[in-house]
Design a protein around this ligand. Structure first.
Ligand code: PEP
Ligand code: MG
Length: 593
């Protein structure tokens, strides 16, 4: 009998192959004899040599990543390099060797255990990443000390095509994977934003994370289906199931082919309402792909991915080059660049954010920017210098108050004045917008609209803050429902306020990439929708298939609904009269769901 398991979709694609269970395990440290007093310094040196070797290995992997995947992705190894030099970890271990005359293996294990217990009280995605980094360097240092070879991943997965199963994957393991042999990845832990998930997407390997204890239930050689778009695996599938997924894969590909033809047609409804269809991008390198998929500009560039995992903040020059590159990929089209959305689930090492009970309610986004003026000013100066290279618009994340917009505007004006005084040819005017991501900002929208040039609704956060449901908690996934009437009513409040003030209202959260969500947003007259490059064609298909009039009626009905089901069913039914939702359903849900 087959077993179906659902996790979090992390990289799209359907594959069928045998499983290969990877155990990148930290070796067990044997009970060794104690070190004689005159051998202590040699033991300290042995430990330092192992750290130096491990660091050299991490750097080698980092260099290879820079060559094969990209410079930005390669920076995810910065924390590991940094940990191997960390005085607390290294000197702490040396202290144990000297005080207790224990072997380096044992002393290092003690120190790492202390670090782990300090970190592991959190279920936080970014802290989980730090734990994964720690496990990675622990395995490297111990293997060196114990005379074991570095695990030769290539040998584990060469030959046939396999789906790799692991408890969790560290970035340095993921990057060693050869997509010709590893055609899918399934892990017990992980989130969409964990470093290995980001890498899997860059390597184009279908991936499902957060599957619970799959690494304990699956055995080497078990046949599996992995559907990275639906976030599902099927262990030991029947012939019928395999056939159904082959068929689904075929339909997805056929549908994608059909959609390619839309790339260069305008995003306009059948009754003539234009909707700017823009792309979300996380890395500057995605700008070209977004352009090729026919995006009308960039609606959200998440700049914090320039920063996450870095030991030091990126300088003005580096940021200027990144912003300029994205702006130049879209000549004459808007490029909305969001200032760093740090905190929450993204903690760069240099910020020393410290442990917070509720990071998503904590020191995050615009709050961090305004409290760290040097980090913020460097970013604003880089943005100022990039302004002449395109239609760049600056967007502030998690705005809750008018004062946050005004303080940012003053800082930006100061930066532009400084740049002019230094001889840079920068304009005096710039467009500044606010992300509307909290119920507070939504209720304040009419007033906020007088202080900004545009709104961009971040539905991912708006849903979590409205419903008090953590967006990263897979246990609560059923409750994280953007079709909850409270969310839809807030969306209506925000779009109305923006439209009445005559400013642009864009939507850049995942809701805009959902066909039914997009239909509702068209009915609310959102002026722009911004979605991931892979969703552009689908959403363009929705826009071109519907009328504004029908969408408006769907909104009127939705605003009267009192339950999420009533709301979603009513709108879906109306959309289904204009478009073959079966094709979309082939992508968004599986038959029998
Ligand atoms: C959002 O919250 O909807 C959004 C687009 O921002 P992020 O997903 O980066 O928090
Ligand atoms: Mg957000």
């Amino acid at each position: 009998m087959s077993v179906v398991r659902d996790g979090i979709p992390a990289a799209p694609g359907i594959v069928i192959a045998p499983a290969r269970v990877l155990r990148w395990e930290v070796p067990r440290v044997p009970h060794g004899a104690s070190v004689p007093p005159d051998g202590v310094e040699a033991e300290v040196q042995r430990f330092l040599d192992a750290c130096a070797y491990a660091q050299q290995r991490v750097r080698a992997v980092q260099e290879r990543t820079a060559r094969t995947v990209g410079e930005v992705e390669a920076r995810i190894f910065d924390p590991q390099v940094l940990m191997l030099e960390d005085a607390d970890l290294v000197q702490g271990t040396i202290g144990y060797i000297r005080e207790n005359h224990v072997m380096a293996e044992r002393a290092f294990e003690w120190r790492v255990l202390e670090w782990e217990s300090a970190l592991s009280h959190s279920s936080h995605p970014m802290i989980i990443d730090r734990l994964a980094d720690l496990a990675d360097i622990q395995a490297r240092v111990l293997r060196r000390l114990m005379g074991m070879p570095d695990p030769d991943l290539a040998a584990r997965v060469d030959g046939d095509k396999v789906i790799l199963i692991a408890h969790e994957l560290t970035p340095s393991v993921t990057v060693q994977l050869d997509p010709r042999h590893v055609i899918g990845i399934a892990t017990d832990l992980g989130t969409r934003t964990s470093h290995s998930a980001i890498l899997a997407r860059s390597l184009d390997i279908p991936c499902v994370v957060s599957l619970g204890n799959v690494s304990e239930t699956v055995r080497d050689g078990d046949e599996m289906i992995l559907d990275g778009r639906a976030g599902r695996i099927v262990i030991a599938p029947t012939e019928e199931e395999k056939e159904a997924y082959r068929q689904r894969d075929y339909l997805v590909r056929e549908w994608e082919q059909e959609l390619v033809l839309l790339a260069h047609l305008p995003a306009v409804t059948r009754d003539g309402l234009k909707v700017a269809l823009r792309s979300n991008i996380d890395l500057p390198g995605e700008a070209d792909s977004a352009h090729n998929h026919g995006a009308d500009g960039v609606g959200l560039y998440r700049t914090e991915f320039l920063v996450v995992g870095r030991a030091t903040p990126p300088g003005e020059e580096e940021q200027y080059a990144a912003y300029r590159k994205v702006a130049e990929a879209f000549p004459g089209q808007p490029v909305v660049i969001r200032t760093f959305d740090l905190g929450g689930d993204k903690f760069p090492a240099f910020l020393h954010i410290g442990r917070e009970e509720n990071p998503f309610l904590g020191w995050r986004a615009i709050r961090v920017c305004l409290d760290e003026p040097e980090v913020f000013r460097t970013q604003l100066r880089a943005l100022g210098r990039a302004l002449p290279h395109g239609d760049i618009r600056i967007m502030l994340p998690l705005v809750n108050e008018i004062s946050e917009v005004e303080r940012s505007r003053v800082l930006m004006r100061q930066c532009l004045a400084e740049l002019r005084a230094e001889g840079h040819d920068v304009p005096e005017q710039f467009r500044l917008g606010a992300m509307i991501e909290t119920p507070a900002a939504a209720m304040l929208a009419p007033e906020l609209a007088r202080h900004v040039d545009f709104f961009s609704i971040g539905t991912n956060d708006l849903v979590q803050y409205t419903l008090a449901v953590d967006r990263g908690n897979s246990r609560l996934a059923r409750l994280y429902n953007p079709f909850h009437p409270a969310v839809v009513r807030l969306l209506d409040v925000i779009t109305r306020a923006g439209n009445e003030a005559g400013i642009e209202v864009s939507v850049c959260g995942e809701f805009a990439a959902n066909p039914v969500g997009a239909f509702l947003l068209i009915g609310m007259k959102a002026t722009s929708l911004s979605v991931a490059p892979s969703s552009l064609a689908e959403i363009k298909k929705v826009i071109r298939s519907v009328t504004y009039e029908a969408a408006r009626e769907a909104v009127d009905e939705a605003l009267r609904a009192s339950t999420p089901d009533e709301l979603a069913v009513g709108v879906t039914e109306r959309l289904g009269r204009m478009i073959d939702l079966g094709k979309f359903n082939g992508l968004h849900s599986l038959s029998g769901d």
